[in-house]
Design a protein around this ligand. Sequence first.
Ligand SMILES: NC(=O)C1=CN([C@@H]2O[C@H](COP(=O)(O)OP(=O)(O)OC[C@H]3O[C@@H](n4cnc5c(N)ncnc54)[C@H](OP(=O)(O)O)[C@@H]3O)[C@@H](O)[C@H]2O)[C@@H](O)CC1
Ligand SMILES: Nc1ncnc2c1ncn2[C@@H]1O[C@H](COP(=O)(O)OP(=O)(O)O)[C@@H](O)[C@H]1O
Ligand SMILES: [K+]
Length: 500
Amino acid sequence: MKILNVDQIRALDEATIRHEPIAPINLMERAALAFVDWFVDRFPDTTSTKIFCGLGNNGGDGMAIARLLLERNYPIEVNVVRYAPRESDDCMHNHRRLKLVTENIRYIEFSRDIPAIRHNEVIIDAILGTGLSRPTEGIVKEVIGAINRAPATVVAVDIASGLYTDQANAPTDVIIEPDYTVTFQLPKLAFVLPKNGRYVGEWHTVDIRLYKRYIDLAPTPYYYTQPQEARLLLRKRERYSNKGTFGHALLLVGSHGKMGAAVLSARACLRSGVGLLTVQVPRCGYGIIQTSVPEAMCLPDGHQNVLTGSSEIEGPPPSEYSSIGIGPGIGKAPETLAMLKTLLPTLKKPIVVDADALNLLSENRELLSKLPKNSILTPHPKEFERLTKKWDDDYQKLELLREFVKTYNVVVVLKGAYSAIATPEGDIHFNSTGNPGLSTGGTGDVLTGILTALLAQGYDPVEAAVLGVFAHGLAGDRVAEERGPIGMIASDVIDALRWT
Ligand SMILES: NC(=O)C1=CN([C@@H]2O[C@H](COP(=O)(O)OP(=O)(O)OC[C@H]3O[C@@H](n4cnc5c(N)ncnc54)[C@H](OP(=O)(O)O)[C@@H]3O)[C@@H](O)[C@H]2O)[C@@H](O)CC1
Ligand SMILES: Nc1ncnc2c1ncn2[C@@H]1O[C@H](COP(=O)(O)OP(=O)(O)O)[C@@H](O)[C@H]1O
Ligand SMILES: [K+]
């Protein structure tokens, strides 16, 4: 699913109006109806609701929503924030229609006009939408402050008032902090950026049948992975297959005290469809791998405690494996750095690089250009900061991400809520699965195993990253559903992986 910018959203609105054709006021009615359907489903028996409307089209939506709810005998008090002398045409039209069904409209011009908000009330925020062009101030800012201070449930129409759709807010901006955002048709870039969490809440899209062809043709670097899109990437297992069909992966993982990372990545790799798996670990980990992951072959490293790349057992050279995953639990010993320096120039196929392998790359930046083309790097934000530099806001972070993938010709999975997968061309796919239960040690190691398995099976690296991150998050969601997010551990995520 595409994420469009504000100008494109406006153009999409106009294209829908022209193409269908539909009068703007009827499109607004459709949007209001879609919101109301969601709202009555979610809040079927609220005893007290207040709506706050602005004077632009978001306010127009709000006035239509108020009328539709009143027509359904919903208990709703209407407030209009009069921050300017004029309304938009469609807002004015809906204002008139609203007055036909109620005389009870409160106009807020001064602080004293702001109503008290009671406990257990539901507030609908329709003050400002995607047309926000400057920070909130004056009476708008005061109303937002009052709503945020109130012990009520807040639902934003389209986007929280005061939040920019696709540019950074200043830290001092006053913005609605909703529990829910119900947005029209397409997710907004602001929703998937970590710093905006409290200005978005739980968000939902409602379909208002905007012109599909415009969306299909609109150029954008931003995508949001929907379940049906991820599912399309999944390959069927051929009837006449054998284990050779699905590749032979090599994991270079673990060190003394961090063998858990090796076990987790190995088990996840096996649970993700790889044909054969070899795990190279320091000698101290040999028994651990052989007993806890009997399905894998184990290459004990020549070194007792850290990886050096040498082994007493003869094996094929790393370049002959279908894919390689490197990093979980390896530490940053000089011997391991030396291994990386020798290894990278010998490789041609894309590899997966995680954890301390990434930290070694940040400390030895000349190695970045030695990475095989289209390799997948999986930093969490701290690791990405080490690879690049500190960013001021999430939008600058996305720019750094785009710059990085283009410079080094790699795929980066920037992990977190809505993990961002950046392709070498500079497109960014935000993942839609996962939950805070995944914020626990070892879940990143699981992801490395998954991605290494997908590469071994011949998936294109971008597809592997999009599909693997989606499946990892979905497994986490299954665990959260069954046992709640708090008790989740990385092993549960492996057990919950389903490739269907
Ligand atoms: N796109 C779609 O598909 C559909 C969209 N729909 C709806 O339209 C909404 C977008 O409408 P919109 O463009 O009228 O924007 P909105 O935010 O209501 O108001 C902008 C007005 O406020 C002003 N203003 C700006 N910042 C301000 C501030 N800080 N403090 C005070 N004022 C401020 C600004 O002034 P100006 O910048 O012109 O000076 C302008 O007058 C969208 O969110 C959705 O709800 C649906 O109805 C149908 C389908
Ligand atoms: N709040 C969250 N919502 C969704 N996914 C999350 C959240 N927190 C963490 N994750 C996921 O959990 C994994 C954590 O990886 P990482 O930070 O490398 O942990 P570790 O190194 O301990 O294995 C990533 O895939 C990340 O996207
Ligand atoms: K709003």
